[in-house]
Design a protein around this ligand. Sequence first.
Ligand code: GRF
Length: 245
Amino acid sequence: MAQKIRVGVLISGGGTNLQAIIDAYRSNRIDARVVFVGSDNPEAYGLKRAQKLGIPTFAVDYRAIIKETRGKPLKDPVPEGFDLETVLAKQRVSPLSSDRAKVEQYFRSRAIAEASLLKEMEAYPFDLLVLAGFMRIITPYFIDRVNSDPSQPRIMNIHPSLLPSFPGPDGYGDTYRYGCKVGGCTVHFVDYGEDTGRIIGQKAFEITPDDTIDTVREKGLKLEWQLYPVCIQLFAEGRLRMDRP
Ligand code: GRF
């Protein structure tokens, strides 16, 4: 086994992907270990999964931060180094409301939350940041601070569809409702858009007439649990080339 890479994980909910990653390294299937688990949701069950195993956890309550900043004058303090114009120029998340005040409010509140995440993460140096059901858009403010070398991206996400089809929060639902006969999941690097980053790995499954939205989700999740550890191992082995598709 090679040197283990240090993986930080961000979650929002149940954390079955987190569990699959933990199981993979505990059974020596990947050269990685999880050094922290963070969440935007203090109630996320995945935090308990980590705590049971002695993995450090933290939560930044996004909902409270968004509520707190709503309707406040835009002159309120923003995190050090945050420049709204730079973030707006880089971001490719769409569609965003064309109402300028709303857009500013969106990115300002996210930067406040992301600055807290970054502060918590400082205590745990990591090689790779894995989004495992983290249901928040991360903005250029956060991405640039993690990807200090832009040619070496180190944030991965798992998405519940065969990208580039069906980006957004409900990939399996969108796949099923469209009437697709094949569904799947995708692991990709995170860039400034929504689910648009370079694809690392994908797995597909058949959707039959007997399937329901629930069985589609079940089939997809089972494949996610296989796919994420494989992609983390590719990263650990330095086999992800950035200079070709
Ligand atoms: C997964 O389907 C993932 O693709 C999506 O959110 C779900 C998270 O599930 N982004 P879990 O928290 O890992 O169980």
